[in-house]
Design a protein around this ligand. Structure first.
Ligand SMILES: Cc1cc2nc3c(=O)[nH]c(=O)nc-3n(C[C@H](O)[C@H](O)[C@H](O)COP(=O)(O)OP(=O)(O)OC[C@H]3O[C@@H](n4cnc5c(N)ncnc54)[C@H](O)[C@@H]3O)c2cc1C
Length: 383
């Protein structure tokens, strides 16, 4: 089988499209397919319901790809983060200035990143779905739903959490169903957002308020299935009241919610991130609970690590570099997934002894500067 291109990227979401740009920049010939349609320009609609809290490392990644300047007018830096516990009342606050940083991160729309990256690529083939893969020693043959077949030296699978590519390779992605969903929308606040990301842990799950560039906040409210059903069924006024109550009136009355959407709370990790010539990236490789807001940050980390493992087309991806990539990414994903699980378990109990212990723990981290710095670096993905 003679490969037609160096790399075929399946999936032009935030992770696949930026990985494709970076690899093209490194000199590879890259072809990109996506089953969907082009992302509409961000300006054409209201702020996307799916927004990300990007880490400084992810912002640097978008800067390297020259996408940040295109997006910057629709992003909101945040310099503060406050996490507090509804049961014990204890809290912890992070401040960029105290950590010697210009910002802790920025809130950015998924659609704005995807539209900018797809436009920079310029030649994404939309409406083309991968249905099967054949891997040989020197190439991969990818079969599309339209009957066409394409060959490449390597295939990058960035085709999302359900990843048809992963299924075609027979790779399982075991994990944990947290038994609930997160409800998302944007709301107006009575007292601004203070360029701060807010998260309050309730016994049914955390509710987060992320600052948006137009002064509103984006809500990510994790709950049980029954709780999410109830939040989705409420009229706007009842939802506004419930949200104001759940956030203890921290930003005053929250109202005028946009349409609410919900997504399942899952953790899953593919049993392998690579085969001889196929590499899984982003949600195709791993899905984490949104409470730490790290999903896309981990995907960008995958892409950056892959670029280091295969820096130019003459070398490609050598077996040793591939194994090193697999080991390093697996260790990072395990660390993040287990950390998030521990937080979820710790905060999802209203047991008085555990609530008191976590109150003491939060207080200890809050007052001990070196510990707090370590906690911030881990929680915010600051390198
Ligand atoms: C509401 C919400 C809030 C979130 N908040 C945060 C946050 O604050 N911070 C954070 O880091 N993460 C967050 N996440 C997680 C984040 O959205 C994902 O981690 C990230 O979008 C994954 O990007 P991706 O490119 O890997 O996959 P996707 O965005 O799912 O893209 C996959 C692409 O593959 C294409 N595709 C699928 N099947 C095929 C096929 N057979 N052939 C060809 N193409 C195919 C799809 O059309 C799609 O374009 C959030 C998620 C949700 C739902």
């Amino acid at each position: 089988m003679t490969p037609q291109v160096d790399i075929l990227v399946v999936g032009a979401g935030a992770v696949g499209a930026t990985a494709a740009l970076a690899l093209r920049g490194a000199g590879y010939s890259v072809q990109v397919l996506d089953a969907g349609q082009p992302a509409p320009p961000a300006e054409s609609a209201d702020i996307d319901a799916r927004v990300f809290a990007l880490s400084p490392a992810s912002i640097a990644w978008l800067e390297t790809l020259r996408l940040w300047d295109v997006l910057a007018h629709r992003t909101q830096d945040y310099g503060g983060m406050r996490v507090w516990d509804a049961v014990s009342g204890s809290d912890i606050a992070f401040d960029a200035a105290a950590l010697g940083l210009p910002r802790l991160g920025a809130i950015v729309e998924n659609r704005a990143i995807v539209a900018a990256a797809q436009a920079a690529l310029g030649d994404v083939e939309f409406g083309r779905s991968l249905v099967a893969l054949d891997e040989s020693v020197d190439a991969v043959c990818l079969h599309c739903a339209d009957g066409d077949s394409l060959t490449a030296r390597y295939v990058l699978l960035a085709d999302g959490a359900r990843s048809p590519g992963r299924a075609a390779l027979g790779i399982q992605a075991p994990g944990r169903d947290y038994g609930g969903r997160a409800v998302v929308c944007h709301v107006q606040t009575a007292s601004g957002h203070d360029q701060t990301a807010w998260q309050r842990f309730l016994p049914e799950g955390p509710v987060a308020l992320l600052p948006l560039w137009d002064g509103r906040v984006s809500v990510v409210w994790s709950s049980t299935h029954a709780g999410a059903d109830a939040l989705l069924a409420m009229d706007d006024q009842a939802f506004s009241e419930a949200l104001t109550d759940a956030t203890a009136g921290q930003l005053g009355r929250l109202d005028t919610p946009t349409a609410r959407h919900a997504f399942p709370l899952l953790r899953q990790t593919a049993e392998r991130f690579t085969t001889g010539r196929c590499i899984l990236l982003g949600d195709a490789a791993h899905v984490v609970h949104p409470l730490a807001g790290q999903g896309v940050n981990l995907g960008f980390d995958d892409a950056r690590a892959l670029l280091e493992a295969m820096p130019d087309p003459t070398r490609g991806l050598k077996p040793l570099a591939r194994r090193r990539y697999e080991r390093a990414r697996r260790a990072e994903i395990a660390r993040m997934s287990l950390g998030i699980d521990a937080l979820d378990r710790l905060f999802s109990t209203a047991h008085p002894a555990l609530a008191a212990a976590r109150g003491l723990g939060l207080h200890a981290v809050d007052v001990l500067d070196p510990l707090k710095r370590q906690f911030a670096e881990a929680a915010l993905g600051i390198r």
